[in-house]
Design a binder for this molecule. Structure first.
Ligand code: GDP
Ligand code: IMO
Ligand code: MG
Length: 420
């Protein structure tokens, strides 16, 4: 069977830490979508590691880690990351596998990302500029190069053909940056990629499932960044919701068991786009400071605000979430009052549904206020010791979103998590 861990907000919910925590219960950890736009933070031997391409189960020697066909892979980032994990004694040649059908990010994808964002000006998406949009465009446009292609004798010819196509687009954008150095790095990294385990991912994973092995699918980004259901066009270019597991790994829907949705106890977003509960005041600054809310991939300050239960109920529905994991609850430890968004008022009309366009000048979030717990919760281990105010906060959320908060994460370290 396959269980899934994915983000229910706009990304950075703490998925990396949660996957690392649950990984020992699984035989296989698999990334099914996204690419190096992801930044998943975990702590190993008290050292902080940020993973972009490699699944967050890599530090558990007995687990197999797979990069699925739904991912877009930048060999340069992958090579760098393999060096990082090797420094911890991890042998990627033993427990990292990559699907042949995984699409490659080439240097011109990064250039096209940059050129496209520059052209959008004020309306830019706030992309991580890792080439995600252009590489998924080449997938659906049926132009892409895939990992399986790198073993072909004609790979360089195929690359040059694609590069020429991209060059015409870049010329249209009047993009002049020299990417010669990126290309040199790219070909070195492709040589390295050839030395890794490249497999037929869909057969590999199904054969393991049939042997009774347990698979954990690791999502990147968050459901509100989903290409279909997120705050379009301010989204990423893949299906980040649980449905993406089937297409991104080649597993059938009836193989999916638990869907563990991760949400912060508040909310953040990095990049442009609507964010109804954003706090552009000192409370927002406090959340950013106390939660160290700076992008793990780009270092950009994250926009911060209260938890949005309208959006959360929506993403619980889209994903079929069976359990919710609430992270960064400790960040709220010192707040006197907490707000949760329970509805939107649009032009005076109230709704508890996410509308087609979330960005509307006449939209206001409606809040319910809770007392803060004003207690340091970072050392707590038992759910019976959670402050009464936190329990009230959680109970209300459970009831509103119709899914149970089953774990509370109370710090960035692996062991800082409480089962409820
Ligand atoms: P991801 O992309 O979903 O894996 O999340 P990121 O790694 O981008 O961002 C989450 C940040 O919060 C990282 O710096 C984590 O170390 C940190 N973090 C995760 N869980 C907790 C928690 O429960 N409390 C606190 N204070 N920090 C956490
Ligand atoms: P993890 O997996 C937070 C955001 C970008 C931008 C939009 C599109 O760490 O949660 P893209 O580079 O995909 O074209 O950017 O999506 N974004 C993320 N925000 N966490 C992420 O990943 C993100 N990946 C992309 O900031 O607004
Ligand atoms: Mg992140």
């Amino acid at each position: 069977m396959v269980d899934v861990i994915l983000g229910l907000q706009w990304g950075d919910e703490g998925k990396g830490k949660i996957v690392d925590y649950f990984a020992p219960q699984y035989d296989i950890i698999a990334r099914f979508q996204g690419g190096p736009n992801a930044g998943h933070t975990l702590y190993v031997d008290n050292k902080k590691v940020v993973l972009h391409q490699i699944p967050s189960g890599i530090f558990h020697q007995n687990a197999i880690n797979i990069i699925g066909n739904g991912v877009v892979l930048d060999p340069v980032t992958l090579k760098r990351e393999c060096e990082t994990v090797a420094a911890f004694g991890i042998d990627v040649k033993k427990n990292l596998f990559i699907s042949q059908r995984t699409n490659l990010i080439v240097p011109t994808h990064r250039a096209l990302d940059k050129a496209s964002e520059q052209q959008k000006g004020e309306g830019k998406i706030g992309s991580t500029l890792k080439g995600i949009g252009p590489s998924y465009m080449d997938k659906t446009g049926r132009n892409a190069l895939r990992v399986g292609d790198i073993v072909s004798k004609s790979f360089t010819t195929q690359y040059i053909k694609l590069r020429l196509k991209h060059q015409r687009l870049l010329d249209n954008f009047h993009f002049m940056d020299d990417i010669g150095e990126w290309e040199e790095e790219f070909f070195e990294a492709v040589d390295f990629l050839r030395t890794l385990n490249i497999v037929n991912g869909e057969y590999f994973i199904n054969e393991e499932i049939n042997k009774g092995k347990k698979v954990l699918a690791e999502g990147a980004q968050g459901s509100m960044l989903d290409i279909d259901f997120g705050t379009f066009p301010f989204v990423t270019s893949s299906n980040t919701i649980s449905a993406g597991v089937c297409t991104g790994l080649g597993v059938a829907p009836q193989k999916i068991n638990e869907v563990l949705g991760v949400t912060k106890a508040y909310c953040t977003r990095v990049g442009s786009g609507p964010f109804p509960t954003e706090l552009e005041d000192s409370t927002g600054d406090d959340l950013r400071k106390l939660g160290s809310e700076f992008g793990a991939t780009t270092g950009r300050p994250r926009r911060c605000g209260w938890i949005d239960l309208v959006a959360l109920k929506y993403t619980v529905m889209l994903n079929g979430v069976t359990k919710v994991i609430m992270t960064k609850a400790d960040v709220l430890d010192s707040f006197k009052e907490l707000n949760v968004c329970v509805g939107y008022s649009i032009g005076g009309e109230r709704t508890d549904k996410v509308p087609f366009q979330l960005m509307q000048a006449n939209m206001k979030p409606e809040y319910k206020m809770f007392d803060g717990w004003n207690t340091d919760t970072t050392a707590l281990k038992d759910s019976n010791d959670l402050p009464a105010e936190m329990q009230q906060y959680i109970n209300y959320i459970n009831q509103y979103i119709q899914a149970p908060v089953s774990y509370v994460s109370n710090g960035p370290q692996r062991e800082q998590i409480i089962k409820i």
